[in-house]
Design a binder for this molecule. Structure first.
Ligand code: NAD
Length: 333
């Protein structure tokens, strides 16, 4: 045992949200240990470069969430008081092609984390859920009180399942768990499989972009800085009094973390065109299976419980992403 309960484990630490979370935790002077398997869902070199740029002083154990022996050994080595669990197989469309990756990382891996948190005395598990849980059962603005029982993809189903699993552990064992439903996160060092980077790179390189549902989509694009503020706000929020959230299952709570300002895809592309200094060549395509037409977070609960106040509109948040793509990908944009 090398440390005390002050140590925070961040899983998915080489990922987009994880690396920024590690950076902010280190800036606040926290003891942080990371975990990531550096898988090749997208270029692992981008993950390594991201870690080098954002959180070079964080030790990141290369472990897969399904490897229970290695996970046990990590928890033997450190005494984690809090766990921020962000590692997962992300992506809606990929879940149609490769369902087993979602079962392994998001279901088996999630149970492994719950078990370790339960048995190793973790005081608070903060984990990533997703706006995609709202699927067909909710209407925007999405509030946490709405139903989430009609997911549109296996990815969404695994995230909804995570919330049920966390509820169970909170209810049965008193494990404090907080689920965060992130809404389309963007920023420099973002995910290369998501629209902000796909569009920025294509426009910079003069390649056509694929605009689904003929551009009739509205997304609650949320800047990474606002997300990280929300993750740490949720982690630090005082535990709610027993009984107050009994309907949610003991000390389990879920929160939307979104910008609360959905943006038309066409307007989003216009900001990229402006920043890139060239027009986009748009290929309009039908709606993709699994996608949602509109997402919009009702953030009243997060605001009430830990003062969540997203501050970055796309007009200021998106141009730096285009500039970062130009710098990082250069000719390969
Ligand atoms: P990301 O893919 O950049 O990061 C996830 C990290 O987890 C990756 O570095 C990956 O290597 C690691 N990982 C995946 N499976 C693993 C496994 N089995 N064992 C160990 N490590 C593993 O994704 P992100 O955008 O940073 O997302 C972080 C979390 O937030 C995920 O749970 C994701 O589902 C959720 N989320 C993200 C968004 C978004 O817009 N970015 C929206 C909703 C929810």
């Amino acid at each position: 045992m090398t440390d005390t309960t002050d140590t925070i484990l961040v899983t998915g630490a080489a990922g987009f949200i994880g690396a920024y979370t590690c950076r902010e935790l280190r800036a606040r002077g926290a003891n942080v240990v990371g975990l990531d398997n550096y898988n090749d869902y997208y270029d692992p070199q981008l993950k390594r470069d991201r870690v080098a740029a954002l959180c070079p002083d964080v030790e990141i154990a290369q472990i897969d969430l399904t490897d229970r022996v290695a996970l046990e050994a990590l928890f033997d080595k450190h005494r984690f008081g809090r766990v921020i669990h962000l590692a997962a197989q992300a992506g809606v469309r990929y879940s149609l092609e490769n369902p087993h990756a979602y079962v392994d990382s998001n279901l088996i891996g999630f149970v492994n984390m719950l078990e370790l948190c339960r048995h190793r005395g973790v005081e608070h598990l903060v984990y990533a859920s997703s706006s995609s849980v709202y699927g067909d059962s909710a209407t925007p603005p999405f509030s946490e009180a709405q139903r989430i029982d009609r997911p549109r993809s296996l990815y969404a189903a695994t995230k909804a399942a995570n919330e049920l699993m966390a509820h169970t552990y909170a209810h049965l064992y008193g494990l404090r768990a907080t689920g965060l439903r992130f809404f389309t996160v963007y920023g420099p060092w973002g995910r290369p499989d998501m629209a902000p980077l796909l569009f920025s790179r294509a426009v910079l390189a003069g390649r056509p972009i694929q605009v689904f549902n003929h551009g009739r989509m509205r997304r609650d694009f949320t800047h990474i800085d606002d997300i990280v503020a929300g993750v740490l706000g949720a982690m630090d929020a005082p535990a709610r009094p027993a009984g107050e959230n009994a309907a949610e299952g003991g000390p389990h709570r879920v929160y939307n973390l979104g910008n609360h300002t959905p943006v038309e895809l066409e307007r989003f592309i216009a900001v990229i065109e402006q920043a890139a200094g060239r027009p986009a060549e748009k290929n309009y395509l039908p709606m993709q299976p699994g996608d949602m037409v509109e997402t919009m977070a009702d953030t009243a609960r997060a605001q009430a419980d830990f003062g969540f106040e997203p501050a970055t509109p796309i007009d200021t948040g998106l141009p730096p992403v285009v500039r970062w793509c130009r710098d990082y990908f250069g000719d390969k944009a």
